[in-house]
Design a protein around this ligand. Structure first.
Ligand SMILES: [Zn+2]
Length: 356
């Protein structure tokens, strides 16, 4: 009798907790949609930078190399997991992508700043704008000292969210805080992300870029390597560090290091990564001469075609996550291995002869 009474009480308590949970969820939903409507009325009538098919949220892995101007910004979605690597040069452009990707009122699980240059961190401040109601669970960067005021502001925002939202702030030099150089993050749809410590004594910010290897839910179908603006010095070090063995550098898609600069690629790097496609992120009319003629020559020599955001717009890669499902790579504007108006020969040392 007593046992039956206890069981009945427990059942009642569970039911009450369930109902309360539902009510709170409903309240939150109502609250957020109201906020959204209010904001929608005041939003300037500016068209989205690109229209996106709704991300499925299943096993499918979607990678979008955003057309952000002269800089890098990549959005990755798999299952309910969302990852952002770099945020481009300015808040306005990145903010428009946050709108068009429906990321306001959402949780971003992992944000990675590849290295400390404005064309990579400039837009990230927008993630912390209170009116967006975005929660960032973890933020990775190399935490090197910097005199840049805008980077200090970003770091202040990160620190304030550590208290308020329990944000985890990781140092890419020790990405899992366990003394190991590789931190592996599982996404809920089955994809994985290896975050690798940068060259400890890399000369300059570019050579302190963290490398990321993205592995699709079906690893035989899709892998991708992104290493910020790593130049020849660090590119060579990736092999010395053993990354070619673990986690392995051979991939289906390579993000061109340093916006297609001649110092961001070597024949050896292409031999190690052995990509089927290169994707480059850069701005139309950039003053650096990207993509450099020498870089394109190295890609052509290895028979690797490329898409580039300044000519092709946002580049979307999809892999269904099923065994043998392969992957698709779709530019916003058609055209393969295009030249751009800024492309020129670079005269920096080491590039003219084509490095090994
Ligand atoms: Zn850059």
């Amino acid at each position: 009798m007593l046992r039956r009474a206890v069981f009945f009480f427990l059942a009642l308590a569970t039911l009450a907790a369930l109902i309360e949970g539902q009510q709170q969820r409903a309240k939150r939903t109502r609250g957020s949609s109201r906020t959204h409507e209010r904001r929608a009325r005041h939003k300037p009538a500016k068209p989205p930078v690109a229209s996106f098919v709704t991300d499925s949220g299943g096993r499918e892995l979607i990678v979008r190399l955003l057309d952000i101007g002269q800089g890098d910004a990549t959005y990755i979605r798999n299952g309910s997991s969302r990852v952002i690597i770099d945020g481009g040069p300015d808040t306005a452009a990145f903010g428009r992508y946050l709108d068009s990707l429906n990321l306001n009122n959402s949780t971003i699980d992992v944000v990675i700043l590849s290295h400390q240059h404005l064309d990579h961190y400039g837009g990230l401040q927008e993630l912390f704008k209170t009116t967006r109601h975005i929660r960032v669970r973890s933020f990775f960067e190399n935490k090197d000292p910097s005199a840049a005021v805008t980077l200090a502001e970003l770091r202040d925002s990160i620190l304030s969210r550590m208290d308020r939202d329990s944000l985890i702030y990781r140092d890419t030099d020790d990405p899992c805080s366990n003394g190991r150089p590789i931190c592996t993050i599982a996404m809920t749809g089955g994809a994985k992300l290896h975050i690798m410590a940068p060259f400890p004594s890399g000369d300059g910010a570019n050579n302190r870029s963290t490398a990321v290897k993205l592995i699709g839910p079906d690893s035989a179908s899709f892998t991708m390597w992104l290493a910020g603006d790593a130049e020849r010095e660090e590119i060579g070090w990736f092999e010395t560090a053993g990354y070619a063995r673990n986690p392995g550098m051979r991939v289906n898609v390579l993000k061109a290091d340093h916006h297609g600069s001649c110092n961001g690629v070597t024949p050896r790097y292409l031999a190690l990564t052995d990509p089927q496609w290169v994707v480059a992120s850069l701005g139309t009319g950039n003053g650096y001469g990207h993509m450099h003629t020498q870089a394109k020559k190295i890609y052509r020599g290895a028979r690797v075609p490329w898409y580039r955001t300044d000519q092709n717009g946002t580049i979307t890669i999809r892999t269904p996550g099923t065994v043998g499902g392969g992957f698709t790579i779709t530019p916003e504007h058609a055209g393969t291995s295009l030249d751009g108006p800024s492309d020129r020969v670079s005269h920096q040392p080491g590039c003219a002869t084509g490095a090994r």
